[in-house]
Write a new protein. Sequence first.
Lengths: 411, 218
Amino acid sequence: MKTFSLPIFSLRFFVATLFCFLSINNGFAQPDGEALFKTNCTQCHSVGKGVVIGPDLKDVHKRRPQDWIIKWVHNSQTVVKSGDKYAVDLFNKFNKTVMTPFNLKDEEIKSIVAYIKTESEKAPVAAKGPAAGAEEKKGGNTFLYLLIAAVVLYVVIRMVSRVQRAMEKVLRHRHGLPEPVPVKATKRFVTWARNNKKLVAVILIVLFVLGNVKGWYLLAGIGISQGYQPDQPIAFSHKIHAGDNGINCKYCHFGAEKGKTAGVPPANVCMNCHKFIKEGSITGKEEIAKIYKALDYNPETQTYGPNKKPIQWVRVHNLPDLSYFNHSQHVKVAGVECETCHGNMAEEGVANQYAPLTMGWCIDCHRRTPVKMEGNHYYDEYHKKLLAKFGSDSLITVERIGGTECARCHY
Amino acid sequence: MGNFGFRISDFGFISIRNLQSALRNRLLMVVSFTVILISSCNTDPKKPGYEFMPDMYRSTSYETNSVNPLFSDSMTERLPVAGTIPRGDFVPYPYPNTTEGYEAAGKEWKNPLEKTDANLAEGKRLFEIFCIHCHGPEGQGNGSIVANGKFPPPPAYNGQLKDLPEGKMFHTLEYGKNMMGSHASQLTQKERWKIIMYVQTLQKLAGAPAPADTTKKG
């Protein structure tokens, strides 16, 4: 009998291995032309976005042969001095601004040109709609993939066991063994369970423990929205704004130092940059157009209309009304960094709740954080008294100035 | 199960043959499905999770950014009534958003704050929040957004803007100028003067030329 089980097992093993490989995310590596272009060229050149300091490089591969470009990048002045008419005209057109000579390898320049070529061809398409595959929208499909995998696996297993049964039948026939009497599935299961009491017991115990553990966490998680990351009306990426572009959190959330809430930035703050930046690096024009729509702004004429419609962002952090929290007290007075409670949003992308926002979490921090005394001259006398009371070398935590008293937050 | 049944000789040992039979009996299928079901609930980041008696989670009073049915634009945050000014040391800005206003502000509008180390330090801190990503750490027009090639470089403080008077800077912060938008909603008047105080120290920086010049010289 052992003879059939081996190939069937290996078939299943093969299927399983196949799934393992399929599930590995094989993204395409970016050609390094892009990186080279961005580090060396963007200070003076754009692709399809007009003149910055030097010419727009859109379709440069059509205008100039590659050898010429390589010579020009290595040292544009030698090309100009050689009397090349195009080079001289270009030099004069841009007020005799000398392009920095770049010590790049021929291969690197070729990869940059290849990148410009792909960008040139991409530019008009990107204008039509959003670029597909927004990074933030991944992840939701995992369950779907698992389900498909489970269904396929089930079908394969059914087929294999059918084959197995047929082969058993053939074998029985050959050896003249009697056909087994067909038994009902339920009865077969009961018989099996009786014959394998230990296995059934193990499975039941495992299920019981798992259920308890899961149930415990489920109950303990009531009222805690840690990790909550709802879809927002605009696919805004913190990673691009705070991370790649290095904008300070408080540039947009300027309420953090002044008031109770850090504040969702009003759309006029968006417009400080998006008056110029009309196309996002992930989502194209679609998402930025939503700001214009909210402000009834016409990017062509650069004028605002009367039909403003506020953007309804979905609230992520919601501290219940029973507790009072003030951003300015923490950010301005205590000098707590945004990251302490909100995590590194510069790498996170979509807004999400990093901290559990439980009372235990608040209290823990109040117990270990020392009071920021320097630069707070109003309380100099009080701070002196505190140090006299607890000893001058002791740590005056927030708890020691009453930071864990009920009425500090609940009133 | 006769010939094709199996027995467990030990808790720790289940042969492949046994597993196959178990699968045929759909038991493991059921088990694995239950495990997947149990583990898949409550992990959707798009849902806020369960709430017990949510009456205090959902505030009945209107909160800062909440939707408000009392106003036609549905916003709880309101602008101050036209013609009113906040209490404190606020001075209404008298110049209109015109070229004449810009020139007049340059001549007449002066910083009321004393030039102290504390004000300068605060100005630097605010500069690093509100200005640095475009104007760069030393105000030479090479901030992180400009370096990324996403925004055109602003002129250098110690270059083209070397002799810009403080009144004109304030006017620009109030109304915006060229590619720069108004920062009046983000910065109070005092904060603006502190930033301007710091920018004036950057205007006096000598030596290092703007990045545009570097490329010109090659």
